[in-house]
Ligand binder design. Structure first.
Ligand code: ADP
Length: 406
């Protein structure tokens, strides 16, 4: 069967994609993508797929989730439960994730019931364990900070002697926004750090402290055919370990940019990643690039692609998991700035200044529809695009500053 789909001028003969390891693209009716998780990333995936006629189904613990505003088929359940994932996946052409924390065992079990899962359960098992992820990247020839296993306090002391002080102690799993990391300043600080991260109740590892000059990131989408597209290198600015601003493109020499793109491709290839992945990197003072970590999903440092690139990270993820070819990742304008809006207090999900921010056309407001705000919770983001980075930044900041104004 041959069906043609035309998206942004890219004509795809779906019959060519059948038989690949991804979803079988010779659909007789609208394909359905199941997403494990119903947060803002799932919401933006649905928003990108609906214009293409794609149907979505969401599995989330709470029915009142950001994706529920745009997806009529939200099912309540636990995405770590193998039976629930298998049941949820029945009738989906492919199941994908908005979070790297879905238990790989649940994905393996669902895959055993004939459900197509992308990225694959094997890939997720590697990426969700940072120690295993870093070992795989290093073995694949990707430059990463030096790291060592930390099964007990003695191992941290030995790691300090080997890697030097300070070092960063990290949980192998479930860390996000810096929760799960602590800097160990010297031998006298080992006990505090060990206890702060669970005193051995969860597996830990140590990493050399990288005195980076900048944090950089690249989004990359890989199709089941092996084709990949790489988005521009961006600079990410963190506040309290949470991404605060993304500046695109990063102002780096061509040599560094080429080396970052090469590393990103190599990193995703070494874990057999399919779909959109975020690759977070450090630029060191002596001009090297080290990969910090991979996110096996659409990522906050790629939100700018919605307005700034010819095909967004979300549309390209959908294309990839459905066995289609990715669209162009080229920047439309010269620059883009994205600013995250974090909750300032515990309270209503619609802050006082949002209405006036929405009235101002100087930048694009994305609001995730969360019913409650909490301090530090990601509530929305703002993107400005244009020919001049500083102008984009000041427009985005101006709008961001309105939102939590009383
Ligand atoms: P998470 O998964 O919680 O985001 P990361 O490992 O990416 O954890 O670390 C969060 C932040 O902590 C990074 O963005 C960076 O600012 C800092 N960080 C992480 N690892 C190191 C390191 N080895 N050296 C220096 N800073 C680090």
């Amino acid at each position: 069967m041959s069906i043609n789909l035309v998206t942004r001028g890219v004509k795809v003969d779906l019959s060519n994609s059948a038989g690949q390891t991804g979803a079988d693209a010779s659909w007789g009716s609208a394909p359905t993508i199941g997403i494990l998780g119903g947060g803002q990333l799932a919401r933006m995936l649905c928003l990108a797929g609906i214009p293409m006629g794609i149907k979505f189904r969401i599995l989330e613990r709470e029915l009142d989730c950001p994706a529920a505003d745009v997806c009529p088929d939200v099912r309540q359940g636990d995405w770590n439960d193998p039976d629930e994932v298998a049941k949820f996946g029945e009738g989906c052409d492919v199941v994908t994730m908005e979070s790297e924390f879905v238990e790989a065992s649940a994905l393996h079990a669902a895959s055993g019931h004939g459900i197509t899962i992308l990225p694959s359960p094997q890939c997720m098992a590697i990426v969700q364990d940072k120690f295993l992820q870093k070992s795989t990247l290093r073995d694949g020839g990707v430059a990463v900070p030096r790291f060592l296993d930390a099964p007990d306090e003695g191992a941290i002391l030995r790691a300090g002697a080997d890697l030097g002080w300070p070092l960063v102690l990290k949980t192998r799993k479930l860390g996000y926004d810096g929760k799960g990391n602590t800097t160990v300043h010297g031998p006298d600080d080992v006990r505090r750090a060990w206890e702060a991260l669970g005193a051995g109740r969860i597996p830990l590892f140590c990493e050399e402290f990288v005195p980076f000059s900048r944090e950089l990131a690249v989004m990359i989408t890989t199709a089941t055919s092996g084709t990949s597209v790489v988005y521009p290198l961006v600079e990410t600015i963190q506040k309290d370990h949470i991404c605060h601003e993304v500046l695109c493109p990063a102002k780096v020499e061509d040599r560094l940019s080429e080396s970052a793109v090469k590393l990103a491709r190599q990193a995703v290839k070494s874990v057999d990643g399919i779909g959109t992945f975020g690759v977070e990197m450090f630029e060191t003072a002596d001009g090297q690039i080290l990969v910090n970590e991979l996110a096996p999903r659409v990522h906050n440092s790629g939100h700018y692609t919605i307005e700034a690139c010819e095909t967004s990270q979300f549309e390209n993820h959908i294309r990839a998991v459905l066995g289609l070819e990715p669209g162009s990742a080229r920047l439309i304008d010269e620059s883009a700035v994205m600013i995250n809006i974090l909750g300032e207090t515990d309270g209503c999900g619609w802050p006082a200044g949002l209405s006036s921010a929405l009235k101002s056309p100087v930048a694009h407001v994305h609001w995730y529809g969360k019913s409650r705000s909490r301090k530090g919770r990601k509530m929305g983001h703002i993107t400005a695009t244009g020919p001049d980075m500083e102008d984009c930044r000041s427009r985005a900041r101006r709008l961001a500053s309105l939102i939590y104004r009383d």
